[in-house]
Design a protein around this ligand. Structure first.
Ligand code: PLP
Length: 356
């Protein structure tokens, strides 16, 4: 028997989440963001559940080729564009849409010898200050790209830094409308947070990531409560040992926990080498036999302990949900002072991924 841990991917939940997002965006088209191995869910196994998307957005050419080789014929968007002028040949060969965020990429496009023009997303920097052209340079850059034979359709895009906040897109939207004056262009602005909170950003193409996987953009379940979005990944394991420890006992490394009465505890086959956060404190929710209980002590590389006081029936082999349908990944993330994104993406390659 293999070690009893798995990430179970609910394909119906993925399909459901995609259709919920569709209802939110009206007639806008939708890039399903599947970067970082589909946020840790496994791009190879999951992309077909998202085949109703209008396109896939990701970062690495390897992931793009995986989709093409799997038979995906519709658009694929490279969210960081190409990394080297030589990459353009592959973009041409596989018909990949590229973001252009820097002047060197425009030069490279000008010089490339292509079979057909490439569709280009011109990236504007609206305040994130990572990638993109300043608003004042958008008009001239757009005209420059338009004049290049190798450039097919052009779309203006930007990425919000604070779309989770009520006023988070106000300033960026001003910049966008100024920068795009006179261009009459297609636009792609909204990530998950903007899709949820700012319908005025939906426009032509939206780019949802985290909400497709059923978690919240701001790390708090509250933001998606009542939306109908369902968790896609369940991280499941089992109890592999049980201890009854006397009052005053400590558990695991560094003595971070001390029992204040005799206590029955379960040891779970899951640790930080599986992707569970080491900084999850004692008290982080976990579920065993339909009861929510809590973690205790410091998470080890391969194991962790949970309190069984409220689950007297729990025994060796009892199923444990670390996160999923019942224990929201957002709640584990909040306890661990991070966001669901990080937990999903950190799922370790040693954890088998199973579809349901
Ligand atoms: C990752 C990413 C997204 C998706 O973000 P979510 O918050 O997961 O919806 C959208 N656009 C760009 C440019 C991205 O890099």
């Amino acid at each position: 028997m293999s070690r009893p841990i798995a990430a179970i991917i609910n394909q119906k939940a993925l399909q459901n989440n995609l259709s919920i997002v569709r209802q939110m965006i009206g007639s806008a088209r939708l890039w399903a963001v599947v970067k970082a191995n589909a946020y840790g869910h496994g791009i190879k196994k999951t992309w077909q559940s998202l085949h109703q998307a209008d396109g896939f957005a990701l970062l690495s050419i390897d992931e793009a080729l995986l989709l093409r080789e799997g038979g995906w014929k519709k658009p694929i968007l490279l969210l960081e564009g190409f990394f080297h002028p030589d990459d353009i040949t592959i973009l041409d060969q596989y018909n990949l849409t590229t973001i252009v965020h820097s002047p060197w990429q425009i030069q490279a496009l000008e010089r490339a010898k292509l079979r057909a023009p490439l569709d280009v997303y011109l990236k504007m920097n609206c305040g994130m200050n990572r990638l993109g052209f300043q608003p004042d340079d958008i008009y001239s850059t757009w005209q420059k790209l338009k004049a290049i034979e190798n450039v097919g359709t052009l779309t203006l895009m930007t990425h919000f830094a604070e779309a989770g906040y009520k006023q988070g897109v106000t300033e960026p939207m001003k910049k966008i409308s100024q920068a795009s004056q006179g261009l009459n262009c297609q636009m792609s602005l909204a990530n998950s947070a903007a899709i949820l909170r700012h319908p005025q950003t939906h426009l032509d193409w939206v780019r949802p990531g985290i909400i497709l996987y059923g978690a919240s953009p701001d790390g708090h379940q509250k933001m998606i409560l009542g939306s109908g979005l369902e968790p896609v990944m369940t991280l499941a394991s089992e109890i592999i040992a049980i201890q009854t420890i006397p009052l005053g006992s400590k558990i695991g490394y560094h003595n971070s926990y001390r029992a204040n009465c005799e206590q029955r505890i379960g040891i779970i086959a899951c640790g930080y080498a599986d992707g569970y956060p080491r900084h999850a404190p004692s008290g982080t929710p976990v579920r065993v036999l339909e009861k929510i209980t809590k973690t205790i002590g410091t998470v080890s590389m391969d194991m962790m302990a949970i309190d069984l006081t409220t689950c007297p029936q729990a025994s060796i082999g009892s199923k444990v949900e670390l996160w999923g349908k019942n224990v929201k990944i957002d709640d584990v993330a909040t306890a661990s002072k991070t966001v669901g994104y990080e937990l999903m993406c950190a799922l370790s390659p040693r954890v088998p991924v199973k579809l349901e």
